[in-house]
Design a protein around this ligand. Structure first.
Ligand code: PEP
Length: 257
């Protein structure tokens, strides 16, 4: 059975007190969900800024079903890369996941497919789960090229992995035109792309891979639209930006299965 996952990408937000408060708030509300036992509770991953990972890891460690991920890692093992953070450093903190290929990293930091493939490799080597983000820009969708774009991003960045490695990853479909814009992909649009990704997996790997790999939707997902998005067959949860910054909003998304 595929894992349901809801992940919160805090981006460059919060300060130390705010990060602790948000993580504690989510953990407290999540506990109530788990104990209540009424709804299906997904796995939850919080992605705070790097500097706040140690306290967030500690807070999550006291709770079931929640862990901390990093928003990025460097593609090299170690060395003269001033200001950078390696996958090994993150793993040594108790971080479980790392975002790779978020559209903001691709756009503002020039991260290309080759670099992203190395980041995936580095993350896996340290036991981190890469959450590999893919998605088309508005003009690519308008030109009807979105399937080609996604195929190429996944082909170059991720699908070079072998059967064992690919099973240790998560894919997030995040149309760039939906990120932070308030414009969400419709449930049909999300389902169509997720089914396409699953077909790509099925063409490349044995059937169990496609059936068991979680594919998350990201892009202006919130408490109002999550339920319908998550009800679609191939949508296994969400990568949430803005709506993950308030514990009460985020927990409503977690309750949307
Ligand atoms: C994101 O940055 O991954 C994201 C999905 O952002 P938002 O939910 O704010 O669109």
């Amino acid at each position: 059975m595929r894992k349901k996952i809801v992940a919160g990408n805090w981006k460059m937000n919060t300060d130390l007190d705010g990060a602790k408060e948000l993580a504690s708030g989510v953990c407290g509300l999540l506990n109530r969900e788990v104990q209540g036992g009424t709804s299906q509770v997904p796995e939850v991953v919080l992605f705070p800024p790097h500097v706040f990972l140690p306290p967030v890891v500690r807070i999550c460690a006291d709770h079931q079903g929640i862990s901390a991920g990093a928003q990025n890692c460097h593609q090299e093992e170690k060395g003269a890369f001033t200001g950078e953070v390696s996958a090994g450093m993150l793993a040594s903190l108790g971080v479980t996941h790392v975002l790779v290929g978020h559209s903001e990293r691709r756009a503002y930091f020039g991260e290309d497919d080759q670099m992203l493939a190395k980041k995936v490799e580095r993350a896996l080597a340290h036991g981190l789960t890469p959450v590999f983000c893919c998605g088309e820009m508005l003009q690519e969708r308008e030109a009807g090229n979105h399937f080609e774009v996604i195929k190429s991003q996944l082909g170059n960045g991720l699908f070079w992995l072998d059967e064992i490695q690919i099973r240790k990853t998560v894919i997030a479909y995040e149309p760039v035109w939906a990120i932070g814009t308030g414009v969400t992909a419709s449930p049909d649009q999300a389902q169509e792309v997720h089914a396409f990704i699953r077909k790509l997996l099925a063409d490349k790997y044995e059937a169990g891979v496609s059936a068991n790999l979680s594919i998350l939707y990201g892009g202006s997902c919130n408490a109002q639209n999550a339920r319908e998005l998550f009800s679609r067959q191939d949508v296994d949860g969400g990568l949430i930006g803005g709506a993950s910054l308030k514990a009460e909003d985020f927990i409503k998304i977690i309750q949307s299965f």
